[in-house]
Design a protein around this ligand. Structure first.
Ligand SMILES: Cc1cc2nc3c(=O)[nH]c(=O)nc-3n(C[C@H](O)[C@H](O)[C@H](O)COP(=O)(O)OP(=O)(O)OC[C@H]3O[C@@H](n4cnc5c(N)ncnc54)[C@H](O)[C@@H]3O)c2cc1C
Length: 255
């Protein structure tokens, strides 16, 4: 159970950040993960009134506010049409629609969950994370940077011509992925993200030429990715499944 003494709904991020840095406070997205924890805080900062539930499209990019919920990935045509539904296909397999109605983009990306399917998918697109204090940072750099007190305002995705694929495997429908992978191909570059290893997703970028022989390329890539055991799967099982999924995804985008 999580306990708070007071509950605030700031109208903007300046107000929210002041409370976050001056009190023992916690930001709330959909509270779906937070409420499973056993912690006490002085103040809950609910971002519901901070006007972060926007989805905007310009000529070059798509902006998604931190309080947009995963159900919007299905309902909103800008996101659901992006790369033939690439992101929608990822999120619609996370829990139930009722839960996706609560789960937010901020609560999914800021904690850098290793099991996250959405982070793996976003890594192979050109995604930037916009933080109130630390500013704009590429998603892959954000994942490798220690940031404690900040607020995720929005993410942006550059609109580039890409062929994309996402694959994952779970023990049961509502469980976390045992492994998840995403691949994108531009004119001469391929990006590969592997998550739920079970550690945080990693991103590898290679020239398209590297994949002339896909079987050989995958063998070489697997040597660079670290897998571990947990209660869902062993390291060896993850390696084997990753090999099969990676070959399938690469064949989809390259051939
Ligand atoms: C039972 C269960 C099963 C799940 N299965 C999957 C799965 O299979 N695949 C998958 O990808 N995900 C899965 N998830 C994770 C889910 O997709 C969300 O990532 C997670 O539940 C958090 O979403 P939330 O918006 O409720 O965040 P919260 O619980 O509200 O917050 C989570 C953390 O993020 C912080 N936070 C929230 N918003 C911001 C912000 N704007 N700025 C800074 N910090 C912020 C909070 O302080 C907290 O530390 C699962 C979650 C649950 C509870």
């Amino acid at each position: 159970m999580i306990y708070f003494k007071e509950y605030l709904k700031p109208k903007n991020l300046q107000e929210a950040y002041e409370v976050l840095t001056s009190k023992n406070a916690k930001i709330i997205g959909g509270a779906t993960f937070l409420k499973l924890s056993n912690q006490s805080f002085e103040t809950a900062i609910d971002l519901i009134d901070a006007k972060l539930d926007f989805i905007r499209e310009s000529e070059n990019e798509i902006e998604i506010g931190a309080m947009v919920t995963l159900s919007e990935f299905e309902d909103n045509t800008i996101i659901s049409n992006l790369y033939n539904g690439f992101l929608k296909n990822i999120t619609e397999n996370i829990l139930s629609f009722q839960m996706r109605n609560l789960i937010t983009v901020g609560g999914t990306i800021f904690p850098k969950f290793g099991f996250s399917d959405l982070i793996t998918g976003l890594l192979v697109l050109e995604t930037e994370v916009h933080l109130y204090k630390n500013g704009k940072i590429r998603l892959e750099d954000f994942l490798n940077t220690k940031i404690q007190k900040d607020i995720l305002e929005k993410i942006t995705i550059k609109k580039k011509p890409l062929a994309v694929s996402f694959k994952n495997i779970k023990n049961s429908e509502y469980d976390f992925s045992i492994i998840n992978i995403a691949v994108s191909k531009s004119e001469n570059e391929v990006k590969i993200a592997v998550g739920a290893r079970p550690a945080m997703a990693v991103l590898i970028t290679k020239d398209l030429n590297f994949f002339e022989d896909i079987d050989k390329a995958v063998e070489s890539l697997l040597n660079k990715i670290k897998f571990s055991d947990d209660l869902r799967a062993s390291k060896i099982y993850r390696q084997k499944v990753c090999k099969a999924l990676l070959k399938r995804a690469l064949r989809e985008v390259i051939q």
